[in-house]
Design a protein around this ligand. Structure first.
Ligand code: DGL
Length: 273
């Protein structure tokens, strides 16, 4: 059974979830963390809902086997495809998931026009449809899936010409429609905020939901009496189903700290060795 000192389990299809981990670290550096990047299967965006559910279930089992007290699904795509499935499969586990931040965007837009960048699976899921229905009344949304962007970011190409061109293709048509807000509906995208800001200019607000997700994780831990009060800066363990050396080389850039990466192998779509 997990205790107050148990780690928070965080997962993503790859290194995108590090944008959420970074925010959790800022808010609760005393919490130990397990980070799982499913780089053997990245990107999730073009995959089927069923496959993403299987991967998410396998990773959740892995994180629970390692004593996680809370699971943060630091991936909009996995949240869209699998969050309600995971909550049904693991009724006694606390999950924090992600949804595109349409609500704060709709509350603050002046032009009534908002751009949303996310993966195909995120836009197809019922979660996005319900967010739009609940929060976007009277607001016009312009969506784009930014094909290839997740792979560019996984390669560490945060400012290359190819990455810029993907973002320009997504954002220029939105700018022509007079958007004043861009919602980052994929946890990989905050790593290219400098490039996005160069393209959209300073009059367009860019919303990264990671700080709000970290706050929600803190609230849940406090409510359950599971917030670790005892330590200084706690350790992070990193796991990847892809190449440990690649993840290791990207950590300082993406997280501002380095770490050892532990390799894991999938036995089947839902079982990790
Ligand atoms: N980081 C992801 C998200 O938040 C997934 C990207 C992908 O694997 O396609 O949606």
């Amino acid at each position: 059974m997990p205790s107050v000192n148990s780690p928070i389990g965080v997962f993503d299809s790859g290194i995108g979830g590090l944008s959420v981990l970074r925010a959790i670290r800022v808010l609760m550096s005393e919490e130990a963390i397990l980070y799982f990047g499913d780089q053997g299967h990245v990107p999730y965006g073009p995959r089927s809902m069923g496959q993403i559910q299987n991967f998410s279930e396998g990773i959740t089992n892995f994180l629970l086997d390692h004593d996680s007290k809370l699971i943060v699904v630091a991936c909009n795509t996995a949240s869209a495809a699998a969050l309600s499935y995971l909550r049904r499969r693991f009724p006694f586990v606390a999950f924090v998931g992600m949804e595109p931040a349409v609500k704060p965007a709709a509350e603050t837009t002046k032009t009534g026009k908002v751009g949303v960048l996310a993966t195909p699976a995120t836009f197809q899921g019922a979660l996005y449809a319900s967010v739009v229905e609940r929060f976007a009344a009277g607001v016009e949304l312009f969506q784009h899936t930014c094909p290839g962007l997740v792979s560019q970011i996984e390669k560490g190409e945060l400012a290359s010409a190819a990455t810029r061109s993907i973002l320009e293709d997504a954002l220029h048509p939105m700018l022509e429609k007079n958007i004043d807000t861009v919602v980052l509906g994929c946890t990989h995208y905050p790593f290219v905020i400098p490039l996005i800001e160069q393209i959209v200019g300073e009059r367009v607000r860019v919303i990264d939901p990671a700080p709000a997700v970290a706050k929600q994780a803190k609230r849940l831990l406090e409510a359950a009496g599971m917030k670790d009060q005892t330590r200084g800066r706690a350790p992070i363990r990193f796991f990847t189903s892809g190449s440990p050396s690649e993840m290791k080389s990207l950590l300082p850039v993406f997280l501002g700290e380095s770490g050892e990466i532990e390799p894991v192998a999938w036995k089947s779509d839902s079982v990790i060795e």
